[in-house]
Design a protein around this ligand. Sequence first.
Ligand code: SF4
Length: 653
Amino acid sequence: MRIYIAEHAGYCFGVKKAVDMAIETIKDSENIATYSLGPLVHNYQVVNMLSKDGLKVIDKVDELDSGKIIVRAHGIPYNIQKKVEDLDLELIDCTCPFVKSVHRKVEEYNNNGYKIIIIGDREHPEVIGINGWCNNEGIIVNNEEEARKIPYYDKICIVSQTTNTLEKFECLSNILNNKGGEVKIFNTICNATNLRQKACGELAKKVDAMVVIGGYHSSNTNKLVEISNRYCNNVYHIEVSEDLPLQKLVKFNTIGITAGASTPDWIIKEVVDTMNNINNNEIMEAIENSLVKIHKGDIVKGKVIYVTENEVMVNINYKSDGIINREELSNDPEVRPKDLFKEGDEIEVYIVKLDDGEGNVVLSTRRLKAIKSWEELEEVYENKEEVECKVLTDVKGGLSVLVNGITGFMPASQISIKYVNDLTVYKGKTLTAKLIDFDKYKKRIILSSKEVEKEKLEKKREELWDSLEVDKIIDGQVERLTNFGAFVDIGGLDGLIHISDLSWYRINHPSEVVSEGDKIQVQVLGFDKEKNRISLGLKQTLPKPWDVFIKNRQIGDIVSGKVVNLLDFGAFVRLEEGVDGLVHVSQISKEHVNKPSDKLEIDQEVKVKIIDINEDDKRISLSIKELEESEEKNQTIENKDIGVKIEDVIKDK
Ligand code: SF4
């Protein structure tokens, strides 16, 4: 590392003179209080040193009745100087001769009727002091906008704060040149300032880094920082050697040093000595110690320096930068570095290796993602949460799935609550599952989507129980048939339709009415959650055969039926399924019948006449006899007609 000190760095003539005079004054004033009106220089270390020697800093002189007042290099307004004199205090005037000459100019031109314009910072003590020599009536401008707003005057006199840059002074005085009939422009920039700034700029162009020494609030030091930044990318503003950013500076081959006008030589020397020692082992060790310590497997934060097609360079605040190669970027081989990162991104990385052979640390975001994925899945497992997993393929005994970027296994028995016959249909599908076994160290994850289905079903069942109401009509699907009835799935719960509730007429087996898989509507007849029983009815959702029959038939109608029962008092004839009528023994024939079986037999098809309908008792009385009599009567009428016709034929012959 090579160190260059800029020419004219540090104390200017005026400040040096003021500091020397102050030291002398303190020495000569053993029993006399010595005051400085404001800090003697804009340098904390110097002010602190003088304070230890007895110099007190004050803002006002009003309350003093004795002692010595040191006026600093910046100077003071005329009225303050007058006040010190009136109070009969001893004035030690350390105003820089260059500043003093500005005071005189301003006073003279103000007296001659010129409007005084001061280019500078209105808060700076030097500018406040200058304005005090034209009754505080000067106009202060510090930028182009302010300069353009100045009204027109017959006569103007322009002066500058002594520490301004030449560029600024020239720019603003060019604008102000048009603001007066008669314009007097005095370049009152101190040559020392000018030379220091010029030397600073020249040096900044040549070196890798610039160190500017001076108070953080010193105007002239801040201007040096500004100039350095114009020509150099690495500028460090410090007040003392302890502020040196050694771990950053160690990387540079050439370093320039400059210092503000208030910076004493001893501070510059300390900084230079520290820099010269930067190559010492001790310092190197100190720097190393200040760097981040990393180990293989660590996760650290870093800042992306640049991104290329195949790699990402990251500053991890280590002595060497880290590199993420494309294969360490992501599990997805299609992803390019620029898809994920850009310069300046703050990222986390996993340390794969401390040296890739070329001095770079090998980093990985792919492995970091895997670590985080395992951590996230561990949380999911502990909290019994659900996860989405994508089926990669079917394997022996189950499915291989991808969950949060990690491969897991789902046994065939854990895929669904229903029996799964063909595993291949799941390939590419996304399933919601729970982790039923998890071991981060053995890298084992077992999943179950059946668990999720079970929980959903349980929830649905609960809702279903809550929604059940007796007499409610609901949808269902016939699941299976038994001799005593049909089991029906009503959306997660099974209910039973007893055989007697399947049909309004008597059946021998449920299959006479329904088949497995049939979608039907059923009525809730009753339920018991405790016993997990639901009674359903199918026939209750259908019209009753009796109602249908009596709606369509009336007394006198002749209908067909089948003899279904023979008793001593009569025969029961089935007119429709569920509707039987009685032919009383007296109504079986016009001839005398002892018992019904003499004339009728089971399953015999007969024609009967409805002779009565008792809706209240749901009884139908039938008669074969009346039908026979009617038929006989009709036969007689028919024969009678034929006889007439024969007689007529005989007569005609
Ligand atoms: S910078 Fe110039 S004007 Fe200001 S005190 Fe120093 S020598 Fe005097």
